[in-house]
Ligand binder design. Structure first.
Ligand code: AMP
Length: 143
C-alpha cells in the first residue's frame, strides 16, 4: 500500500498557514478543524515549515499567554520531512517513528499535494490486516 492509496481515500486538501499568522489564529484553526498540525507555506507555495499542537504547547510553556501573539515563523519546525505519493506506508511509518512526529506532508516537484497523519496510517494498516484475514478465511473455507 502506498501514500497514493491513502490520498485517494482521504483527499488532497491540506490546511495551511502563513508565516505571519499568529499562534492564536492557528489555535482557532486546529480547534475548528479538529486537526493536530498545519503546513506553513511560503509565498511561492513551497513548504516553509510545519506547526503542530506540540509546538503551541512548547511556546505556551516558554512564554505564557504572550505566545499567542507570536508569529507562526517563530515556533514552526523548518526542517520538514516529507514523502512522495509512490512511497510505501511502511516507509512513512519509519519516518514518523525515527523523527518522533505524527504528520508527513506529501510533495510533488517541491509543492504540497497532501498530508498523511499517523491516524491515516493506522486506518490503512487495519484495513490491510482485515483484508488479509478475510482472504485467509475464504481460502480456508474453500479448501
Ligand atoms: P507532531 O507529532 O506531528 O504533533 O509533531 C511533533 C513535533 O515534530 C513538532 O515540533 C512538529 O513541528 C514537528 N513535526 C511534525 N511533523 C513534522 C515533519 N513532517 N517533519 C519535521 N518535523 C515535524
Amino acid at each position: 500500500m502506498t501514500v497514493a492509496n491513502i490520498l485517494a481515500a482521504k483527499g488532497r486538501t491540506v490546511t495551511t498557514a502563513s508565516k505571519t499568522d499568529s499562534i492564536a489564529d492557528i489555535c482557532t484553526v486546529l480547534a475548528e478543524k479538529k486537526i493536530g498540525a498545519v503546513v506553513v507555506l511560503a509565498d511561492d507555495e513551497t513548504i516553509a515549515g510545519i506547526l503542530s499542537e506540540r509546538d503551541v504547547v512548547r511556546a505556551l510553556a516558554l512564554n505564557g499567554a504572550a505566545a499567542l501573539d507570536q508569529p507562526v515563523s517563530s515556533v514552526m519546525t523548518v526542517e520538514v520531512v516529507s514523502c512522495r505519493e509512490a512511497d510505501s506506508i511502511n516507509d512513512v511509518m519509519g519516518k514518523m517513528t525515527e523523527g518522533r512526529f505524527r504528520h508527513v506532508p506529501v510533495t510533488q516537484n517541491d509543492h504540497l499535494v497532501g498530508l498523511v497523519s499517523i491516524g491515516d496510517i493506522v486506518k490503512a494498516k487495519i484495513a490491510q490486516i482485515e483484508a488479509d484475514a478475510e482472504q485467509l478465511r475464504s481460502y480456508i473455507a474453500s479448501a
